[in-house]
Design a protein around this ligand. Structure first.
Ligand code: ATP
Length: 343
């Protein structure tokens, strides 16, 4: 167990009739962590976030915020703020008034408000934008305003529900970096909901992978990617090859499924020999795709399973590739790069 976690879920369930939106979830999120909830649509991430915010109550179990049982507290009595995907800015108000809104409600004086709003505008890199209206900003800028409006209340925990979902890819990647920087700067706990695995891998200290109301695995981005615990995680986060049955038994001594990432597999043609320390199998190249930075191969191995292999184009150029289709190859990897799956 963690020492004084920011958030603790103790066997939390939220059922809607027969639908188990969240089912017996145990979870601890550390103070100052950038924690992502990752999973496909309908897996229970948003419900967990709503339960944390207090917009919804668990059917069973308890939720603790810095040790205090908040399961029955309304949202405004929890030191938590939420940033929604649609930003929910007031269109008729200036950016300054949007950001200062929470303080105005609390009765903070105009001068003090102006001072704090300016600080927030600096934090989200929008100095000088205070007099504009939301419609005069780009999507990414509006996103930052929504962030500033939440952070000005100095919540202990900030909840973000797919906040970058509405932005195009390039802007989203920029905002991922910005968001992570802002989180470091303010040092509070961020809980970030996303169905985008790359986004979760880029920004998080730790990730919880959700599937059908349960958490399949919690770990650092590299744990989740390099050592997926279940077939679901291996398949949802990145591309993975699953090997089981007879072929698995020959390699690991058990028929249990293991996974191996495409970039960890080395291809060798007739005259090359893989290192003796590597596990290896024979196969035939069924498909080759040149992708600039790397080449993607589909190799059919003994037993008929297709594996995806990617190799960086260190030597290869596209003109060499057509001749590789149909060729016999050896595929090999270092034993420490496979992950035995449970579940
Ligand atoms: P998305 O990425 O699409 O937002 P999610 O992982 O956040 O998905 P949730 O919104 O938490 O998923 O929903 C989990 C499950 O609970 C879904 O099957 C959903 O249909 C169901 N659900 C959520 N809210 C309700 C409700 N108020 N009444 C009935 N079912 C609900």
């Amino acid at each position: 167990m963690m020492n004084n976690p920011a958030i603790r879920f103790d066997k939390v369930s939220r059922h809607f009739g027969d639908i188990k939106a969240v089912d017996q979830v145990d979870l601890e999120i550390g103070d100052g962590e950038f924690f992502s909830m990752l999973g496909p649509s309908g897996s229970g991430k948003t419900t967990c976030l709503r339960l944390t915010a207090g917009f919804d109550r668990p059917t069973n179990g308890k939720i603790f915020l810095y040790g205090q049982d908040v399961s029955d507290l309304p949202p405004y009595e929890r030191s938590v703020n939420t940033v929604f995907q649609d930003y929910a800015l007031f269109p008729h108000m200036t950016i300054e008034d949007n950001i200062g809104y929470g303080l105005m409600i609390k009765g903070v004086s105009k001068t003090e408000r102006a001072k704090q709003v300016e600080k927030m505008l600096d934090l989200v890199r929008l100095p000088g934008f205070g007099y504009r209206k939301p419609s005069q900003l780009s999507g990414g800028q509006r996103q930052r305003v929504a962030l500033a409006r939440a952070l000005i209340n100095h919540p202990k925990v900030l909840l973000l529900d797919e906040p970058l979902g509405a932005l195009d890819l390039k802007l989203r990647q920029q905002m991922q970096v910005e968001l992570k920087n802002i989180q470091r700067e303010v040092g509070i706990t961020f809980i970030f909901v996303t169905h985008d695995q790359e986004e979760a891998l880029t920004m998080s200290d730790r990730i919880a992978v959700f599937n059908e109301g349960k958490i399949e695995q919690i770990g650092s981005p590299s744990d989740i990617y390099e050592k997926p615990a279940t077939a679901f995680v291996a398949g949802f986060v990145g591309t993975s090859n699953l090997i089981s049955g007879e072929v698995a038994k020959r390699i690991t001594g058990t028929e249990k499924t293991f996974s191996i990432r495409p970039e960890k597999i080395h291809l060798s043609f007739e005259n090359e020999k893989p290192s003796a320390r590597m596990d290896s199998l024979e196969g035939v190249v069924r498909d080759v795709t040149y992708l600039g930075l790397y080449t993607r191969y589909v190799v059919t191995i003994e037993g008929g399973t297709d594996l995806v292999v990617v190799e960086q184009n260190l030597k290869t150029i596209s003109v060499d590739l057509p001749s590789t289709k149909g060729r016999k190859v050896k595929i090999s990897w270092y034993p420490e790069h496979i992950s035995q799956l449970g579940g």
